[in-house]
Design a protein around this ligand. Structure first.
Ligand code: ARG
Length: 636
C-alpha cells in the first residue's frame, strides 16, 4: 500500500538513480517539495558548475502555479562573465536531462521555471499527508538548538500577548493581540520551539486602590462571583465618576478661594493613594482584596480564552514586578549613566544616548516620578530582566498595538544602553493596526465576551435561514458560537497586521467572500464527502493515485503540496494572512473541483483515488485552520 513504503524505496521505484543528497534546511521526509529541490539541485549543480549550497536555497516556491512549481532566478547563482541570464538559461535548458520528477524547464525573463510531473508528485505527496495527518506541515527541527547534533534541546520562545487591564474594557487592541499572539505561539510550536505564553496584565497602580474603595461603596459579593469582569468594570466606572466630581468640587472651591484641605486629606484620591500604598507595603487586608479581584478576573478570562483555543502558561502582570528588582535596575541605569535627574524625577534623555533624529524621536521618558512611583516603562524594564531569570529564553515577542511603538522602542533601547546587548537582540515587538468602529449591538466598546456573543447570535440567525440544513446540525448554538469566533478571527487576520480595518459584522459573517464561515463551510463539506463515501482508511490508503488525471485534480495536488512551504514562509513573514491567503486559494481550487471530481457514482477505484485527494485536502485545511487558532467544524 502506498502509505507504508519508505521515501527511499519510493524514490528508487521512481528510478531516481542516486539517493538524495543532503542540504541544510532540506527535509524530504516531511516536505515533498524538498524532494524536488534536492533533485533539481543535483541536476543544476552538474550542468551549471555552481555549488549545490548556492543552488538549493535559490530555488523558490511560487504564489501562482502558472509560473511553475519552483523557480530559479538565474542571477541568484552569481555567475561571472558576459553571458546574460537569458542565454545561460537557454544553455541549461538545452543540457537539462530527462527526469522522472520534473518536466524540461522553461525560461521566463531571468527565471527558470520548473513544473513538476504531477503524477509522481501525487505518489510522493498524498501518502505523506495521509500518514502524517495532524502534523503535516509542521517541522519540529527548526526550533532545535543544534539541528545537526542529537537532541540538544529546543529553543525557547516567549510570546507575550493579550495583556488586558483588570477592571477596564478589553478593547480592540487586546483582541488583536490575543488573536495574533495565539497564532504566533502556534506557528513557533509547529516549528519545534518551546513556547511560553505570557499574559502581562495591567493589574497594579493607584487605580486598584480606587477600585477597592469603589467595591466598598458599590460592590456586591454575589455580582462579583457571577461576573467579575463586568462588575469590576461597573464599579470602576462609578467610582471614577465620583473621583471626577471630587476634582470638580476642588476646582470650584479653589476658584472661590475656599479651603480644600479636607478633600486633600480625606478625599477619594487621597484614600486611593493610601490604599494603594498599603498594597505596596503588603498590607494583608488590602492585598487579599486585590488578589481576589485579580484571581476572579483571571478565572473568567481563562474561560473566554478557551473559546479561542488559547491558554497561557503564565499570568504575569505589572503587579508581579518586584520592587527590589526595580530598585536594582534603577541603580544600574544611574551607574551606567542611562538615567538622570530632572526636576525631581528620574528620566532617560535619549538625545544624549542616541544621535540625531533617532534620539529625538525616542523622547525623554520618565522612569520614576517625583513621589517615587515607578511607571509603566520602569516595570517593563524589570519584568524583562525577571523573565530572563525565570525562563532563560532565546527569543521574546511582545504582541502589542502600534500605538505603543514608542514605548517598546524606548524599552528595548534602555535595555541595550544598560549593557544587555545580547538581550536587546532577542526581543521583538510585533505590532498591529487598529480596529475601527468595533461596537456591539448594544453600544460601543465592551468586553470580548460581548463581541463573541454578538457574532455568535448573528451566525445563529444566518444558519437559521437554511432550515433544512439547520435541522441537521446537532448542537446549533455551539456551532454558531464557533462560526462567530471564526468570523471575527478571519476578518482580523485577512490583511497585513499593520493595516487598520473596519469591524464589519455583516461582511465577516457572510458565506460569500473570503470569510471565516466560508472556510468553515469548505471544511464541513469535505467532512461530509468523507462521511458519504464511507471508505475505510485502508481503502483510501490503497488508492491508485495514477487515476487522478483531470486538470482540476492536478491543480489541487500542486496547491496542497505547497502547504509546508507556506508554513515555513510564515515563520519569516509572521503574518497570519500568509496562511490565510493560502487556505483561501486552496479552498477555491477545491470548490471548483467538486463538479469535475465526483465521488458518488464514480467507479470504485476512481472513488478511492479521489477520496485520497479530498482527504489530503481536508488534512491540509484542518491543519491550517488550527494553526490560525480556529476550530474546524464537521457539520454546519
Ligand atoms: N496592559 C497594556 C495595555 O492595555 C498592554 C501591555 C503590553 N505589554 C507590555 N509588556 N507593555 O495597554
Amino acid at each position: 500500500a502506498a502509505t507504508t513504503t519508505s521515501l527511499a524505496d519510493k524514490l528508487t521505484s521512481l528510478s531516481l538513480k542516486e539517493p538524495l543528497p543532503k542540504y541544510a534546511n532540506c527535509f524530504p521526509e516531511i516536505n515533498t517539495v524538498d524532494v524536488y529541490r534536492a533533485h533539481l539541485t543535483s541536476i543544476l549543480a552538474e550542468i551549471t558548475g555552481v555549488d549545490a549550497s548556492i543552488i538549493y536555497p535559490a530555488l523558490q516556491w511560487t504564489q501562482t502555479l502558472e509560473k511553475g512549481d519552483l523557480v530559479l532566478p538565474v542571477p541568484a547563482l552569481r555567475i561571472k562573465g558576459k553571458k546574460k541570464p537569458g542565454e545561460l538559461a537557454a544553455e541549461w535548458i538545452e543540457k537539462f536531462p530527462e527526469s522522472p520528477l520534473v518536466h524540461k524547464p522553461t525560461c521566463q525573463g531571468t527565471f527558470l521555471q520548473f513544473f513538476f510531473k504531477v503524477d509522481k508528485l501525487a505518489e510522493l505527496l498524498i501518502p505523506s499527508i495521509l500518514t502524517r495527518g495532524k502534523v503535516f506541515g509542521q517541522n519540529q527541527f527548526i526550533g532545535l538548538k543544534d539541528p545537526e547534533g542529537p537532541s540538544k534541546g529546543r529553543k525557547r520562545m516567549i510570546v507575550e500577548f493579550s495583556s488586558p487591564n483588570i477592571a477596564k474594557p478589553f478593547h480592540a487592541g487586546h483582541l488583536r493581540s490575543t488573536i495574533i499572539g495565539g497564532f504566533l505561539s502556534n506557528i513557533y510550536e509547529a516549528a519545534g520551539w518551546d513556547v511560553v505564553r505570557i499574559n502581562y496584565l495591567g493589574d497594579w497602580g493607584k487605580q486598584y486602590g480606587l477600585l477597592a474603595l469603589g467595591f466598598e461603596k458599590y460592590g456586591s459579593e454575589e455580582a462579583l462571583q457571577a461576573d467579575p469582569i463586568n462588575h469590576l468594570f461597573q464599579i470602576y466606572v462609578a467610582i471614577s465618576k465620583d473621583l471626577a466630581a471630587e476634582k470638580d468640587e476642588m476646582k470650584a472651591l479653589k476658584e472661590a478661594g475656599k479651603d480644600i484641605s479636607h478633600i486633600e486629606d480625606e478625599g477619594l484620591d487621597e484614600q486611593a493613594r493610601r490604599y494603594f500604598k498599603a498594597m505596596t507595603e503588603n498590607d494583608a487586608k488590602a492585598i487579599e482584596q486585590w488578589a481576589r479581584f485579580r484571581e476572579l478576573s483571571i478565572k473568567r478570562y481563562k474561560e473566554t480564552y478557551a473559546r479561542l483555543n488559547i491558554h497561557f502558561d503564565d499570568y504575569s502582570g505589572e503587579s508581579q514586578v518586584k520592587q527590589e528588582n526595580m530598585d536594582k535596575a534603577g541603580k544600574k541605569m544611574e551607574e551606567m549613566g542611562v538615567s538622570e535627574e530632572s526636576e525631581g524625577a528620574i528620566i532617560v534623555d535619549f538625545t544624549k544616548h542616541v544621535e540625531g533624529k533617532a534620539g529625538k524621536s525616542l523622547e525623554r521618558p520618565i522612569i520614576k516620578k517625583k513621589d517615587g512611583t515607578a511607571l509603566y516603562l520602569t516595570r517593563d524594564i524589570s519584568e524583562m530582566l525577571q523573565r530572563v531569570e525565570k525562563y532563560n529564553f532565546d527569543h521574546m515577542i511582545y504582541v502589542v498595538a502600534s500605538q505603543q511603538d514608542l514605548h517598546l522602542k524606548q524599552l528595548f533601547k534602555i535595555i541595550e544602553l544598560m549593557g544587555y546587548k545580547d538581550l536587546a537582540k532577542k526581543v521583538q515587538h510585533i505590532n498591529f493596526g487598529m480596529v475601527l468602529g468595533m461596537s456591539t449591538r448594544k453600544g460601543t466598546v465592551k468586553f470580548l465576551d460581548d463581541i463573541l456573543r454578538d457574532v455568535g447570535e448573528k451566525m445563529h440567525e444566518v444558519m437559521q435561514k437554511n432550515q433544512a440544513k439547520y435541522e441537521q446540525v446537532e448542537n446549533p448554538l455551539a456551532t454558531a458560537d464557533i462560526l462567530g469566533i471564526s468570523s471575527v478571527m478571519v476578518q482580523d487576520m485577512s490583511g497585513k497586521r499593520i493595516n487598520n480595518y473596519e469591524f464589519n459584522m455583516d461582511a465577516m459573517t457572510s458565506f460569500e467572500g473570503d470569510t471565516g464561515p466560508y472556510l468553515q463551510y469548505a471544511h464541513a463539506r469535505l467532512c461530509s464527502i468523507t462521511r458519504k463515501a464511507g471508505l475505510s482508511t485502508e481503502e483510501v490508503a490503497s488508492a491508485n493515485l495514477s487515476l487522478l488525471t483531470e486538470s482540476h485534480a492536478l491543480n489541487l495536488i500542486r496547491v496542497i503540496s505547497q502547504y509546508p512551504d507556506v508554513v515555513q514562509n510564515t515563520l519569516k513573514t509572521l503574518e497570519p494572512t500568509t496562511v490565510l491567503t493560502y487556505l483561501f486559494k486552496m479552498t477555491h481550487a477545491l470548490s471548483s473541483s467538486y463538479d469535475h471530481l465526483r465521488i458518488v457514482g464514480s467507479e470504485p477505484e476512481l472513488m478511492k483515488a479521489r477520496m485520497a485527494l479530498y482527504d489530503a485536502a481536508r488534512i491540509v485545511l484542518n491543519n491550517g485552520m488550527r494553526l490560525l487558532g480556529l476550530s474546524p467544524v464537521e457539520r454546519m
